[in-house]
Design a protein around this ligand. Structure first.
Ligand SMILES: *[C@@H]1O[C@H](CO)[C@@H](O)[C@H](O)[C@H]1NC(C)=O
Ligand SMILES: *[C@@H]1O[C@H](CO)[C@@H](O)[C@H](O)[C@H]1NC(C)=O
Length: 139
């Protein structure tokens, strides 16, 4: 009986869907800055976390925490990920990532811009794992 009540509560929470509409970020690149924009129902006032999700990940990347819904836009830096499509952004409960407020349409992430030109931390000698940026397919 207790678990039945719990299930009912879970179903109730899921059915109270918030209207969150997440736009696809513009020209997202691996490790680069991108602008995320969204619109929400005025009644949606919960802070949320933003996760970057791909079917190939075991976990989601948290890219922003405790975001105010009223902002409507946020500049974030993306993690270094394999370029490709099928990425989505999810807005989730800050303490329970399984509670999703909204999911963006899927989009693709480009390879990091000028990986060879930039003089960022390429430690000489000891780096064992080189990121395979060369595997990027055009479009
Ligand atoms: C976010 O980035 C865009 C484009 O670079 C810029 O125009 C905008 O002012 C930035 N917004 C904030 C809040 O920093
Ligand atoms: C977020 O999750 C926590 C823990 O499950 C819960 O107590 C809280 O009510 C949730 N927040 C919203 C806005 O649903």
């Amino acid at each position: 009986m207790f678990s039945a009540l719990k299930l009912w509560v879970v179903m109730l929470v899921v059915s109270v869907a918030f209207a969150v509409d997440i736009q696809v970020p513009e020209t997202p690149a691996s490790g680069g800055m991108t602008t995320i924009t969204w619109t929400t129902d005025p009644s949606f006032t919960q802070p949320f976390s933003i996760e970057l999700v791909h079917p190939d990940f075991n976990n989601a990347f948290a890219i922003a925490n405790n975001v105010k819904a009223s902002l409507g836009t946020l500049n974030v830096s993306l993690p270094t990920v394999a370029p490709g499509d099928g990425y989505t952004l999810e807005f989730v409960n800050i303490t329970n990532i399984n509670q999703k407020y909204g999911t963006s349409p899927s989009f693709s992430i480009a390879a990091a811009p000028s990986t060879t030109a930039s003089s960022t931390a390429t430690s000489p000698g000891t780096s064992g794992t080189a990121p395979s940026v060369s595997a990027a397919s055009a479009e």
